[in-house]
Design a protein around this ligand. Structure first.
Ligand SMILES: N[C@@H](CCC[C@H](N)C(=O)O)C(=O)O
Length: 290
């Protein structure tokens, strides 16, 4: 058994246990088991997974994210805002604008500060990847997956696929409350046409500037919010002619709102809150906790 300090944070209810690897050390081969244990609401702390705040050779700070099933993701929009808040408030960075390294590359974060506390964060999430092979999704190379027909579970749907450094597939629905999140979500997540799995998003278009959004996350299931998913939904909505490129779009998620723009420069920018819930010490019993 060993113990480590943690901070629980959330972005719009998408919560993770954050461990500061500037101060703590965790064994690499046990990270998936630690993620599963801390995420367990009954025998752990309760979260959508684990996020490590790490030293980096390319930026002042690096983020690694593990879903609640222990799988490692390559990017996390809500996590990036929380890492930015943590890094600024704990003196890892002194400037309000700084880079964060992720497994899918470097992103630029800018924090808004009131009385020393970070109240919201804007992250330049970079350019979405749209080629089928970059999602990745099986099928003919060099094509984008926009309003493509997709048969699954006895139904026929239209999908649009976008990578924000991690894979997303978007289904449009007429009424967000009736979206088949818990039935279609897990089926699509594990469908072999997505060889690395996929985050599954359901979107109702309110108007040219507003979307309703619900998500089934790869490796975590239903969550209150998914930042990269909301960015992917905005990109998909431009590609489908439902919203305008270069305009701010408000995405209404179960946990609150994000403001997202797919700029004419090709980059997607996301602004939203980041909150600290609590800090504590976790006693890890070698995978026996959860
Ligand atoms: N909640 C995140 C995304 C977390 C990773 C995702 N489940 C994956 O495996 O790609 C977000 O806010 O973007």
């Amino acid at each position: 058994m060993y113990s480590f300090s943690f901070t629980k944070m959330h972005g719009l209810g998408n919560s993770y246990i954050y461990v500061d690897l500037f101060r703590e050390t965790l064994p690499e081969d046990e990270l998936p088991a630690i993620a599963r244990c801390v995420a367990d609401v009954h025998t752990g702390i309760g979260s959508d997974g684990l996020i490590l705040i790490c030293p980096s050779e390319q930026a002042p700070v690096k983020m690694r994210i593990f879903n609640s099933d222990g799988s490692e993701g390559k990017n996390c929009g809500n996590g990036l805002r929380c890492v930015a808040k943590y890094a600024y408030e704990h003196g890892i960075v002194r400037d309000r604008s700084f880079l964060i390294e992720t497994l899918s590359g470097l992103v630029a974060a800018e924090v808004a500060v009131e009385n020393g506390e970070v109240t919201s964060v804007t992250v330049d999430m970079g350019k979405p990847l749209l080629r089928r092979s970059a999602i990745p999704m099986t099928g003919p190379e060099a094509e984008q997956v926009v309003a493509e027909s997709f048969a699954i579970g006895g139904g026929e749907y239209e999908i649009t696929a976008v990578s924000m450094g991690n894979p997303h597939v978007i289904f449009y629905v007429d009424e967000i409350e009736k979206a088949p999140v818990t039935t279609l979500g897990p089926l699509v997540e594990k469908d072999p046409r997505f060889p690395e799995g996929v985050n599954v998003e359901f979107v109702e278009v309110v108007n040219e500037r507003e979307l309703h959004f619900r998500v089934w996350e790869r490796g975590s299931g239903v969550t209150q919010a998914c930042g990269t998913g909301a960015c992917a939904a905005v990109v998909a909505s431009v590609l489908n002619g439902k919203t305008a490129r270069g305009a701010e779009t408000v995405v209404h998620l179960a946990g609150g709102d994000l403001t997202i723009t797919w700029g004419h420069d090709g980059n997607v920018r996301m602004t939203g809150p980041a909150e600290t819930v609590c800090t504590g010490v976790y006693y890890y019993r070698g995978g026996q906790n959860g």
